[in-house]
Ligand binder design. Structure first.
Ligand SMILES: [Mn+2]
Length: 357
């Protein structure tokens, strides 16, 4: 019985002919992880139709030797990746167009004799897009910890706490409750700064009348959680309530209607139409959502720029927002598994109705 990594390697090898390559040199760290189960800097893979080799140096020797489904090529000053590629019998060398450093590309094209260097894109990313049961379970666990952290923060947040304190508290809670890292720099912004979709937490104190937007997540087994909630402090004006309700309705309608087989732009339009009908069309300027997995942002996308079909068993964020410059912003984000007949929402334990603390 082949392990899951060997099966993934076989699925990649099956794509070589259509891509016009004899093999693929992989240096993107998460793409390497996908075939090794390990995350090491300075590890690359060379995968040919019949074998897969990990290339790394002495520091990772023991780790590489544990990966019994891979050959190990120990790199050094005289045994460089380019030397392995030169010695192999293959001529059409695929490289990752989005990730190979330009210096390596120039080196390969200039120095490899009798070889063609062919930049390709999306081969591994398309495999990673559709998740297996284990990947879904790890993501579910990561999102559950993140959603429970939100409940904790409802008790913690109060006027006088700074954005930075709140962000640190949130991260600390996740890391002491099973989280294995932070998915991305925690966003915790308040008041007028909540209109910055990706604002950085600062020394500003949370005040009565602020919206506080928290966009964050933790990881389990390398799989990223991602969620956003916006809460009001003390009170909310009628305008704040109207904007919040518009985002909540757009977000919930997407949760109710999206299913596998829809196009990415079609999904985005569900939210965009609701927000535009409420008069805020120009204040929703980003895509509705993105895939998550070994990276926080991966294929596919819910976006006006993504006309492709969303396959079953992708893990996607659904995160509409409205941002009124100089005033405030609201975003609500759940993570979900896309199925043929709808979505499985992984963020259910965090309420979405307007909470005023
Ligand atoms: Mn997101």
């Amino acid at each position: 019985m082949k392990n899951k990594y060997e099966q993934r390697i076989e699925r990649l090898q099956a794509k070589f002919a259509a891509a016009g390559i004899d093999g693929l040199y992989i240096n993107h760290i998460e793409n390497v992880s996908y075939f090794t189960g390990k995350k090491g800097n300075d590890c690359t893979l060379w995968i040919t139709p019949t074998r897969a080799t990990i290339l790394t140096d002495f520091r990772y020797r023991e780790m590489a030797q544990e990966l019994t489904w891979l050959n190990f090529y120990e790199t050094s000053g005289t045994a460089r990746p380019i030397d392995l590629l030169q010695a192999c019998p293959y001529k059409k060398i695929g490289v990752e167009r989005d990730y190979l450093p330009l210096s390596d590309y120039l080196d390969f094209t200039k120095k490899l004799e009798g070889k063609e260097i062919l930049p390709v894109e999306g081969l591994v990313e398309d495999l990673r897009m559709v998740k297996d049961e284990e990947e879904m379970e790890l993501t579910r666990q990561a999102e559950e910890i993140s959603a429970r952290a939100f409940l904790y923060m409802l008790d913690y947040l109060k006027p006088g706490v700074t954005e930075r304190d709140a962000a640190v508290e949130l991260e600390h809670w996740m890391l002491t409750h099973g989280g294995e890292g932070i998915s991305f720099d925690t966003i915790c912004v308040s008041g007028a700064k909540s209109s910055y979709p990706h604002g950085v937490p600062g020394d500003k104190k949370i005040e009565d009348g602020d919206f506080v937007t928290m966009d964050y997540g933790t990881m389990v087994g390398g799989y990223h959680a991602d969620m956003t909630r916006t809460v009001a402090i003390g009170h909310a004006t009628d305008e704040m309530k109207k904007v919040y309700e518009t985002v909540r309705l757009a977000q919930q309608t997407c949760c109710d209607k999206i299913h596998a087989g829809m196009k990415g732009d079609e999904c985005h339009k569900i939210a965009a139409d609701i927000i535009a009908a409420a008069g805020y069309g120009e204040y929703f300027g980003h895509g509705l959502g993105h895939g998550t997995g070994l990276e926080i942002h991966e294929s596919p996308r819910f976006s006006p720029l993504y006309p492709k079909t969303i396959p079953e068993n992708t893990i996607m964020s659904i995160e509409p927002g409205i941002y009124l410059p100089g005033k405030f912003g609201v975003r609500i984000e759940d993570l979900c598994i896309v199925k043929a007949d709808g979505i499985i929402n992984l963020t259910l334990t965090a309420p979405k109705e307007l909470i005023i603390i």
